[in-house]
Design a protein around this ligand. Structure first.
Ligand SMILES: [Zn+2]
Length: 332
């Protein structure tokens, strides 16, 4: 079973999930094999293979066929079915692995990748995540929701069929706790959200802006940590997908679709992580919208983290954001 262990040296929790070792992979292929070929015939995410996934949590249907499903992760690192308990044995401290771990199966089509999605695919994707973000928020034991997509082997994906993951934790991870503290302090001083001000500066500077519409802006942040890293930020006072109207979901789908078209043209089929940053559940109220701004991070995994990154907790970026931005725009 999984558990959180507290590291006194770094003052942070580590999640242990030994059952994850057993999960299958179809991306651990040798050079010449086509990824996905190995288990294509028995991929549990395909249309008609629903019985091979754990009991479905929710789905979006069109013409009596599912377009998007959410199921519990079969190799879950966390479970909502256990009680949150803490243990301390002198020096050692741990908690049970209570939390949510779900899979969003983004499409019934085994070969369709995010670069191929049409507007409807994106609407279905963001709508089903919105449902889960809102629903898990009702569980008062959960403090934080992590929504992410690992695309490609270099980004940590183990199977090819397009999917995302949702993990909800019973506490704020240290990095998030520090970030929230920083954002709250900035708001206290200026009465504005930090990310709103950063976006304002980027819009004045212009050189890092990839795309924008009336509700969102897509840009390569001035001090981005990774090559070709992009942020999609809400221009409205929205802190979580749970607050989005239908028209805001539609606007987000439009700009995300447009960005992935540019991404594929500029970089091709490179591995990336996409992180959908919603306000934490912990202390969430009307005021959250004032200091926390909804955003999505897209981080291509072109260079591996190595010794420098591990020793300094600092990243080395090999391309300036304005250059990365112009590559996105030039190729389109
Ligand atoms: Zn499949």
């Amino acid at each position: 079973m999984s558990e959180f262990r507290y590291c006194k040296l770094y003052e942070e929790w580590v999640l242990y999930a030994p059952q994850r070792l057993k999960r299958p992979t179809d991306l651990d292929n040798k050079k010449d094999e086509q990824p996905g070929e190995l288990i294509h015939d028995n991929c549990p995410f395909d249309l008609g293979k629903e019985e091979f996934t754990p009991n479905e949590i929710t789905r979006i249907e069109q013409d009596n066929k599912w377009k998007c499903r959410v199921v519990p992760n079969m190799f879950n690192a966390l479970s909502v079915d256990i009680n949150l308990e803490s243990f301390r044995d002198k020096y050692f401290e741990k908690k049970t692995g209570m939390g949510a771990h779900e899979i969003v199966i983004e499409t019934p089509n085994h070969d369709k990748q995010i670069f191929d999605y049409d507007y409807n695919d994106f609407i279905n994707y963001f709508s089903i995540i919105q449902q889960r973000v809102s629903n898990l928020q009702l569980d008062s034991r959960l403090a934080f929701i992590s929504v992410f997509k690992n695309q490609g082997k270099e980004a940590g994906a183990s199977i090819k069929h397009s999917h995302s993951q949702i993990m909800a934790l019973p506490f704020l991870p240290k990095k998030i706790k520090d970030l929230i503290k920083h954002k709250k302090a900035y708001y206290k001083k200026t009465s504005r959200a930090l990310l709103d001000d950063l976006v304002y500066e980027e819009l004045q500077y212009k050189k890092n802006i990839v795309l924008s519409n009336s509700d969102f802006v897509v840009y390569c942040p001035y001090a981005s940590r990774n090559p070709f890293e992009v942020k999609i930020v809400s221009l409205k006072k929205l802190s979580s997908l749970s607050e989005f109207t239908q028209s805001e979901l539609s606007s987000l789908s439009d700009i995300t679709k447009e960005f992935f078209y540019m991404f594929y043209k500029a970089l091709g089929d490179v591995s990336f992580n996409m992180i959908i940053n919603n306000a934490p559940y912990f202390e969430y109220d009307e005021k959250t919208k004032e200091y926390f701004r909804f955003n999505i991070e897209i981080i291509p995994r072109i260079y591996k983290y190595a010794g420098f990154e591990l020793s300094t907790h600092m990243t080395m970026n090999v391309i300036y954001p304005n250059k990365a931005c112009s590559v996105y725009k030039e190729k389109n």
